[in-house]
Design a protein around this ligand. Structure first.
Ligand code: NAD
Ligand code: UDP
Length: 316
């Protein structure tokens, strides 16, 4: 069965991969994006597809939305580098914007998936993080505009479900990387890769012993689509991410090896609020959705490096 699907944030990194995947499955895709961190280049491969529409609009603002039967709500800046410059924009997109899409889902009787984040666990005291962990977020910290608004976005989805008997699901996305992240996005993978390709020194924040677990975009999109597709799933919230935890020092070494560069490593101060460790517990998604991430870091990084070389002519 094909669907009429609204994607918010569809010109962003994850949103553009999602739109492409849905079009390949013959769905009609109606994308809303304010191009704050989204890029036209991301959707250039299919912007003229007969089943694709792009609307340059902020999802917080009023204005009619088309009737649909599925909604993926991905709109929100996601780079910590943006948390300092756009805190109100981010906080309201995940709350006011989420409310607007929930109201629309209710009006259309549409199924909705809300893109939440591992940041709802804050600087976690439970490791790895299962969906049942309630987290350790500093609501007044520099990341609070993002972490806490995603938490409230989740609370809103649960409130709407209870009040109006709606079908709303949440995916908590852990660090994901791949082609179409802005070269100057600020997140660690595009930063290290573009620094290495330009022969600049890689900037490690803190002592580099903090950990993350990096999921390649194709695996993430498969998880996202699986969460939407599941019929009568046992749970309404799923962690999606890769379990291959590594230190930022190890990530830098891997990038240096793959890029054959003269770059060195330099250390800079650790930003406020930066979590010490992060690794998803994805037992639930594996058991319930039959989802399994497949792309090794080595292969995903190679694809990403090629993207910056070819699409952005960095390093040649
Ligand atoms: P991104 O910045 O590339 O994409 C976000 C998109 O949303 C952009 O195209 C931006 O222009 C658009 N947008 C932002 N605010 C908007 C608004 N008010 N109205 C309309 N459009 C708006 O980021 P991404 O990495 O693709 O993240 C997509 C979603 O996934 C976000 O909700 C983010 O919180 C979540 N997420 C991503 C990651 C990751 O590792 N990539 C991790 C956790 C959660
Ligand atoms: N980081 C770094 N150098 C950079 C960018 C990020 O060392 O140029 C670190 C950052 O401090 C964090 C980790 O890499 O500990 C992941 O950062 P990112 O912004 O990608 O995502 P986060 O998981 O912090 O949201």
């Amino acid at each position: 069965m094909t669907n009429r699907i609204l994607v918010s944030g569809g010109a962003g990194f994850l949103g553009s991969h999602l739109c492409e995947r849905l079009l390949n499955e013959d769905h009609e895709v109606i994308c809303f994006d304010n191009f704050g961190s989204g890029q036209l280049d991301n959707i250039s491969g299919y912007k003229d597809h007969p089943k694709f529409t792009i609307n340059d609009r902020d999802i917080r603002l009023s204005g009619s939305l088309p009737p649909v039967d599925r909604i993926y709500h991905l709109a929100s800046r996601a780079s910590p580098a943006d948390f300092t410059d756009f805190p109100v924009d981010i906080a309201l997109t995940n709350t006011q914007g989420t409310r607007r899409l929930l109201d629309h889902a209710r009006a259309c009787d549409a199924r909705m998936v809300f893109a939440s984040t591992s940041e709802v666990y804050g600087n976690p005291k439970v490791h790895p993080q299962p969906e049942t962990y309630t987290g350790n977020v500093d609501i007044r910290g520099i990341r609070g505009c993002y972490d806490e608004s995603k938490r409230f976005g989740e609370t809103l989805t649960v409130a709407y479900q209870r009040n109006y008997d709606m079908d709303v699901r949440t995916i908590r996305i852990f660090n994901t990387y791949g082609p179409r992240m802005r070269p100057n996005d600020g997140r660690v993978v595009p930063t290290f890769v573009t620094q290495a390709l330009r022969g600049e020194d890689l900037t490690i924040y803190g002592d580099g012993e903090q950990t993350r677990s990096f999921c390649y975009v194709d695996d993430l999109i498969e998880g996202l689509v699986s969460v939407m597709r599941a019929e009568d799933p046992e749970y309404d919230v799923y962690n999606i991410g890769k379990e291959n935890e590594l230190t930022i020092n190890e990530l830098a070494e891997e990038v240096l090896q793959l890029t054959d560069t003269d770059s060195n490593i330099i250390y800079k101060p650790l930003p406020e609020d930066d979590p010490n460790q992060r690794r998803p517990d994805v037992t639930r998604a594996k058991a319930e959705l039959n989802w399994n991430p497949r792309v090794p870091l080595h292969d995903g990084l190679k694809q990403t490096i090629d993207y910056y070389k070819i699409s952005h002519q960095i390093g040649d």
